[in-house]
Design a protein around this ligand. Structure first.
Ligand SMILES: *[C@@H]1O[C@H](CO)[C@@H](O)[C@H](O)[C@H]1NC(C)=O
Ligand SMILES: *[C@@H]1O[C@H](CO)[C@@H](O)[C@H](O)[C@H]1NC(C)=O
Ligand SMILES: *[C@@H]1O[C@H](CO)[C@@H](O)[C@H](O)[C@H]1NC(C)=O
Ligand SMILES: *[C@@H]1O[C@H](CO)[C@@H](O)[C@H](O)[C@H]1NC(C)=O
Ligand SMILES: *[C@@H]1O[C@H](CO)[C@@H](O)[C@H](O)[C@H]1NC(C)=O
Ligand SMILES: *[C@@H]1O[C@H](CO)[C@@H](O)[C@H](O)[C@H]1NC(C)=O
Ligand SMILES: *[C@@H]1O[C@H](CO)[C@@H](O)[C@H](O)[C@H]1NC(C)=O
Ligand SMILES: *[C@@H]1O[C@H](CO)[C@@H](O)[C@H](O)[C@H]1NC(C)=O
Length: 433
């Protein structure tokens, strides 16, 4: 009976995600706000601010790309703190030539270190946006745009349409821009408030199923009580590119430039049976009387990627009682206010916040000490292994339940205990609600 319910639940939970819904970060989104700061003879000057409100999903280098379609014949006279990738056809302009005349401009951030006169606050980070849960101060990006051939009052300005966001790859879907009450700003001395002349905003949400058809990471397990290592499922991240992978002893690896990232970020993977760029290994290491200890290892199999500001999210019922996390930073995530079973692990700044390219340094390790709740703790039925794992905001493929290392002589059936069923129901109800 229980076994009949679980696939149905999983199916439904799966569907709620397809809709860009992440049960571990239900309000996660990127908000884009346009504040008109002044009117010009033929348009306006706006500050555009992007806030990454996702707890554990950041935008890595080469950064975001923002696009939209103008509602009328608008042009961009100039930009500060960002630029369009193409100017387009500005041939009908004499004298002053606009920065961009395209109907659908594509905007990218400037790189750090551009001259001061091209900078503006929160700009010029090469499009990198930190996750909100990791570094809220670095989760904002901004630029200024001066728009011409536009309306010059809040009655005649038409909002841009069809916003698109790459972060840096596909996965984000943006909603429509809506006019909202004007943003207010405090002056530097905090003694005066000013306000935007007009404000609109929109949100973009992420869906892994839009981003790619395969997972981008997988999970393997082992334990002190069973010698078997449960490896990642075969082809967990798709085997289409199996012929392009590189063996770890290949001579190609000594060729100069083999690690140079490609413009489209296409990976160069080490050959593995799972073909994932990242593997997370969860080892149940020690069972003390009142505590137990887990070792977590993250391994990079991509020769062309250093993962900066990586974040690992784990869901396990005992995370409400994390006593100590060694060598990683840890933060509980409590998306529903009461269920404290999810947390994020991330690197310590300047120590291990970069997961280096595949090779001898391409792995990171941590140990986690958890205090047992004697009522729930168990080594049976795979209880000691995580329910969900995400790396950089993408859910990792777990081994099938019947492959978990199990206690000698323990009953094998019913890997997913009753509490998991209850939990799934709760998540499901919240999801629908
Ligand atoms: C976007 O995230 C913010 C901050 O978490 C939240 O207040 C807002 O409701 C979210 N918006 C949507 C449309 O989910
Ligand atoms: C436009 O500005 C006027 C006066 O400042 C204000 O009353 C009105 O609500 C604004 N309309 C919009 C759409 O913002
Ligand atoms: C916006 O996108 C929709 C669907 O992608 C398309 O039908 C529509 O023509 C686009 N509008 C503009 C102004 O480009
Ligand atoms: C837009 O701004 C309004 C007012 O500041 C805010 O209440 C709303 O949540 C924002 N909407 C989105 C989609 O971010
Ligand atoms: C990763 O970082 C190291 C050290 O900064 C650098 O030498 C290497 O080229 C980088 N690799 C990639 C793939 O960017
Ligand atoms: C959640 O669990 C952590 C330990 O993992 C604890 O420090 C934190 O106080 C708990 N938060 C709540 C709201 O229960
Ligand atoms: C942690 O475990 C101890 C022992 O079972 C328990 O008393 C305590 O309430 C737990 N803490 C949390 C936050 O659940
Ligand atoms: C260890 O777990 C595996 C399943 O992953 C099982 O086949 C094996 O029999 C277990 N070993 C022992 C000694 O029970």
């Amino acid at each position: 009976m229980r076994f009949a319910i679980i696939p149905v639940l999983f199916f439904l939970v799966f569907f709620s995600y397809g809709d860009a819904y992440d049960p571990l970060d239900p309000t996660g989104n990127i908000t884009i706000k346009w504040d008109i700061m002044s009117w010009t003879p033929d348009g306006y000057v706006a500050m555009v601010t992007m806030n990454n409100f996702q707890m554990y999903r950041h935008i890595m280098t080469p950064g975001w790309t923002l696009g939209w379609t103008w509602a009328k014949k608008e042009v961009i006279w100039s930009m500060v703190g960002a630029q369009t990738t193409e100017q387009g056809d500005c041939s009908k302009f004499k004298g002053n030539i606009p920065h961009c005349c395209k109907k659908s401009p594509t905007v990218v951030d400037l790189l750090p270190g551009v001259p001061y006169n091209q900078q503006i606050q929160n700009c010029c980070k090469g499009g990198v946006l930190a996750a909100w849960g990791q570094d809220p101060t670095a989760s904002v990006s901004a630029f200024q745009v001066s728009v011409g051939l536009a309306g010059t009052s809040n009655k005649t300005v038409k909002l841009p349409k069809n916003f698109t966001l790459l972060g840096p790859g596909p996965g984000y879907t943006c909603g429509r821009a809506k006019v909202v009450p004007p943003t207010t700003f405090l002056t530097a001395d905090l003694r005066r408030k000013t306000q935007a002349l007009m404000t609109w905003n929109l949100t973009c949400t992420y869906s892994q199923f839009i981003a790619s058809k395969h997972p981008s990471c997988c999970v393997s397990f082992s334990s002190f009580y069973n010698d078997t290592i449960t490896s990642c499922p075969s082809c967990a991240c798709g085997c289409e590119n199996k012929h392009k992978c590189i063996k770890s002893d290949s001579k190609l690896l000594s060729v100069v430039g083999v690690n140079t990232p490609r413009k489209d970020n296409s990976p160069l993977l080490r050959c593995t049976h799972h073909m994932c760029p990242v593997r997370v290994h969860w080892h149940v290491k020690i069972n003390y009387k009142e505590y137990w200890r887990v070792k977590v290892t993250i391994t990079n199999f991509n020769y062309r990627m250093n993962y900066t500001n990586w974040a690992l999210v784990v869901q396990h019922p005992n995370l409400n009682n994390v006593t100590q996390v060694f060598s990683f930073d840890y933060k509980p995530l409590i998306p529903y206010g009461s269920i404290n079973d999810t947390g994020m692990f991330y690197g310590m700044k300047f120590f291990n916040d970069i997961l280096m390219e595949a090779g001898p340094f391409g792995n990171l390790q941590s140990e986690v000490l958890l205090q047992k709740d004697q009522n729930t703790f168990s080594l049976k039925q795979g209880w000691a292994f995580p329910r969900k794992v995400y790396f950089n905001g993408d859910e990792c493929k777990l081994p099938p339940p019947d492959a978990y290392p199990f206690l000698p002589n323990s009953a094998r059936q019913n890997i997913f205990g009753f509490s998991t069923v209850i939990y799934s129901i709760i998540i499901l109800l919240i999801g629908f609600w």
